[in-house]
Design a protein around this ligand. Structure first.
Ligand code: RP5
Length: 161
């Protein structure tokens, strides 16, 4: 059963959002991936937001660019934690429009916003949410972090043998 829902406003967001899909695959967390547009398929968006938790999802990653309303609107109707990925899309001025649309949510409706095009971190954060109730995932996240540490130590050793 999928644990993390990954949605995006357009197929054009997929190259960025693929990083979330890939890292969750690395953690062996099942995902469901779909295109859900706040502006072009508003009914589908509301259905998705209302129903996601009933399918057993633990977190939703939502990516969108430009006037990026998808993450916030999903957060408005879903009780699940929503992680927003601002995408620097073709209709974005310079990315700030997506960042601010996703980041500046009103009180009571949080969206955990990652960096511009930061889908990999969104995936890791979703894995950490799943890990709070799954020790095997917790171990995998801990191993991942050890790997990050090892890489830096190796780079440092190469420069300072
Ligand atoms: C947003 O508009 C989508 O999330 C995408 O980032 C952007 C452009 O969409 P397309 O015109 O490429 O379909 O809603």
């Amino acid at each position: 059963m999928a644990k993390v829902g990954i949605i995006m406003g357009s197929e054009s967001d997929l190259p960025v959002m693929q990083e979330a899909i890939d890292i969750l695959k690395e953690f062996e967390i099942e995902t469901e991936v779909d295109i859900v547009s706040a502006h072009r398929t508003p009914e589908k968006m509301l259905d998705y937001g209302h129903q996601a938790h009933q399918r057993g999802l633990k977190a939703i990653i939502a990516g969108a660019g430009g006037a990026a309303h998808l993450p916030g609107m999903i957060a408005a109707v879903s009780p699940l934690p929503v992680i927003g990925v601002p995408v620097k899309s073709s209709n974005s001025i310079d990315g700030w429009d997506s960042v601010l649309s996703i980041l500046q949510m009103p009180g009571g409706v949080p969206v955990a916003t990652v960096a511009l095009n930061g889908a990999k971190n969104a995936g890791i954060l979703a894995a950490q949410i799943v890990a709070t109730s799954d020790t095997s995932i917790l171990d995998k996240v801990a191993q991942y972090k050890e790997g990050l540490k090892a890489k830096v130590i190796n780079s440092s050793k190469k420069l300072n043998p």
